[in-house]
Design a protein around this ligand. Structure first.
Ligand SMILES: NC(=O)C1=CN([C@@H]2O[C@H](COP(=O)(O)OP(=O)(O)OC[C@H]3O[C@@H](n4cnc5c(N)ncnc54)[C@H](OP(=O)(O)O)[C@@H]3O)[C@@H](O)[C@H]2O)C=CC1
Ligand SMILES: CC(=O)N[C@@H](CCC(=O)OP(=O)(O)O)C(=O)O
Length: 315
């Protein structure tokens, strides 16, 4: 039996990528919308209600609207937007966090795909808070480097338009420290206060490095960087898409510099721990359009449909 799948927002960055992932799948019947009608509410509504599963690859407002257009009990939804990530009735689409997260995704009719920055942050912090190593009131800071495709069609156009130019150097943004991923970062990890989070976008297409510094003596259990690395290795041992890198990871650097594009075109997160007995730096590296968006959405779909979780995805 084929599963009928519709992507609302099929012409966008995330939607096109999902199509790429699913085009060769023999278990999927693709319901396509006439590009001319992609914002026609009646046509969207017809397709949303005809599908077994829909991906919402839309701005938040349009994603909320799409959900309101679904009037049957059957259609299952995977939303790539920020709209439902902390909604208690929605599953958070990061199955690697715990068996409970994976189970909730499997049985849910509504799944929200994590934000790209949030993905790297939560993978590095959730296990440490859960184990009581990082206290819930820890003063967490984070800096995250992303390629410009993270900003969707409009940012891609801006970076790639010769006329605009002038975007060569990295640009920190969300400097009011109120980035839209903060609610999920705080809610999913169980932190008492939101982190001080600074994203930086730079002039390359895709690839992320999310950096989370910790000070050992401020932890509940003052582990060294090497011990934190071993903790992660055990925590994620069974996970196909999370690769905990060796502690002594200098060999993976380029003359001391950290390359952020090494996981591009995969659904893999590489988790590094650098540092010493006092200072710890947790870094996650992944493709913002892979595990940071479309790859994660397809992984959730696989879980929901009872298919091989890794089907069509590169680890
Ligand atoms: N890019 C990334 O790395 C990530 C993106 N996301 C999230 O996924 C969602 C999609 O992002 P992305 O693909 O990058 O965005 P894009 O801007 O590239 O694509 C969004 C698409 O939605 C279409 N659209 C807008 N409004 C409507 C509407 N009312 N009805 C139907 N279609 C509509 C747009 O149409 P048009 O073609 O006319 O512009 C466009 O094709 C966003 O919420 C984003 O925040 C999440 C994680 C990472
Ligand atoms: C470079 C850039 O602008 N990136 C986007 C994040 C992309 C993403 O994860 O968006 P969602 O929150 O919708 O998932 C931003 O920081 O807003």
């Amino acid at each position: 039996m084929k599963h009928k799948v519709f992507v609302d927002g099929q012409e966008g960055t995330t939607g096109l990528k999902i199509h790429e992932y699913l085009a060769q799948r023999s278990d999927i019947e693709w319901l396509s919308i006439d590009p001319e009608k992609r914002k026609d509410i009646a046509e969207r509504s017809r397709l949303l209600n005809s599908a077994d599963l829909v991906f919402l690859c839309l701005p938040d407002v349009a994603a909320r609207e799409a959900v309101s257009l679904i009037t049957n009990e059957h259609t299952r939804v995977i939303d790539a937007s920020t709209a439902h990530r902390t909604h208690p009735d929605w599953a958070y689409g990061l199955p690697e966090l715990s068996p409970e997260h994976r189970e909730k995704i499997k049985h849910s009719r509504r799944v929200s795909v994590p934000g790209c920055h949030a993905t790297g942050f939560i993978v590095g912090l959730y296990p440490l808070v859960k184990a009581g190593i990082v206290p819930a009131d820890y003063p967490v800071t984070c800096t995250s480097l992303t390629g410009y495709s993270g900003g969707g069609k409009s940012l891609i156009k801006k970076y790639e338009s010769v006329a605009d130019g002038g975007l060569n150097s990295p640009r920190p943004y969300a400097l009011r420290l109120q980035h839209k991923h903060l609610p999920e970062m705080q809610a999913v990890t169980g932190l008492r206060y939101p982190p001080a989070f600074v994203p930086v976008v730079a002039n390359y297409y895709k690839g992320m490095g999310v950096m989370l510094p910790l000070i050992s003596r401020l932890l509940n259990k003052p582990l060294s960087a090497a011990q934190v690395r071993d903790f992660f290795a055990e925590y994620f041992a069974a996970e196909k898409f999370i690769k905990v890198m060796p502690y002594d990871a200098d060999a993976t650097l380029e003359e001391g510099f950290f390359p952020v594009e090494c996981c591009n075109d995969t659904n893999r997160i590489e988790l590094f721990v650098f540092g010493n007995n006092e200072q710890i730096l947790v870094v996650s590296r992944f493709d913002n359009l892979g595990k940071g968006a479309s790859g994660a959405a397809v992984q959730c779909m696989n879980i929901m449909l009872g298919a091989d979780e890794a089907a069509g995805l590169k680890s």
